[in-house]
Design a protein around this ligand. Structure first.
Ligand code: CA
Length: 247
């Protein structure tokens, strides 16, 4: 692991980390919600007469703001942009179906990772492309006393969204105007990894989905793990390295 930390510092011209915050993506990192997202997207697109999508495609779009995904698929399928009405209606239906299908299962280890981060005196920040209603209530039920509106970046806060650097740059701001070397990111999806990496932050990819490891590495992951329980196991070493490493 030391090597990955060294590579990051050299690439970004830092001599050390000064870790203050851990920026967490939500779906596929805290919640095991990606199967329900893929299913509700696929069903919605079929209902609205789209024929070119497959469930696995939505793992590749993961992290993108919903309305951008709709626009992209509309451009591909109908060679035109989606209207505001289409974006609103399709996203509303997708959200409705998702809420019916999703069982709010959290990923094993996620809760313990958040507790450990807090115990280490680090600030957990949420950076999600999700714009679901009552997101905070849901988070507070499953991960009590971890996130507040001041420590969350959601679809409502951003203009461009992932894969642009914007959401993670905003996450650094919400962490207290942090520099990239004062945070690490936990992500599971290629677009999220691209976004975090464009923001210049050390990005740990946790491959909890259906895509190959290569897809996450190509997107710019600094380090690749396979589950939140593996992250929990390695977190003491990760934090220790971030606190002691100098180059
Ligand atoms: Ca995700």
């Amino acid at each position: 692991m030391r090597q990955q930390f060294e590579n990051y510092l050299r690439k970004h011209n830092y001599t050390n980390f000064d870790l203050q915050a851990v920026l967490f993506d939500m779906d596929g990192v805290l919640y095991d919600s990606m199967p329900a997202h893929a299913k509700s997207w696929q069903e919605t697109m079929e209902e609205f007469g789209y024929k070119s999508t497959k469930p696995v495609e939505f793992y590749l779009h993961e992290g993108r703001v919903g309305k951008s995904t709709i626009n992209l698929i509309t451009e591909r399928e109908f060679k035109r942009s989606a209207t505001k009405e289409e974006k609103d209606n399709i996203y509303a239906r997708k959200t409705e179906l998702f809420q019916q299908i999703n069982d709010n299962a959290t990923l094993p280890g996620a809760k313990e990772v958040l507790s450990f981060v807090k115990k280490q005196g680090l600030k957990p920040i949420l950076v999600t492309g999700s714009g679901q209603p009552s997101l905070l209530d849901r988070l507070d039920t499953h991960f009590p006393d971890v996130f507040t509106p001041e420590t969350m970046v959601t679809a409502y806060d951003v203009i461009k969204g992932k894969p642009d650097a914007e959401p993670y740059l905003m996450g650094l701001e919400k962490g207290g105007m942090l520099s990239p070397n004062q945070a690490i990111v936990i992500e599971n999806a290629p677009l999220g990894i691209e976004s975090a990496s464009a923001a210049g932050i050390f990005t740990i990819a946790v491959n909890t989905g259906l895509l190959s490891d290569e897809k996450l590495i190509e997107a710019g992951a600094s380090l690749l793990l396979h589950s939140m329980t593996e992250l929990l196991q390695k977190l003491p070493e990760i934090i220790q390295l971030s606190r002691t490493m100098r180059i």
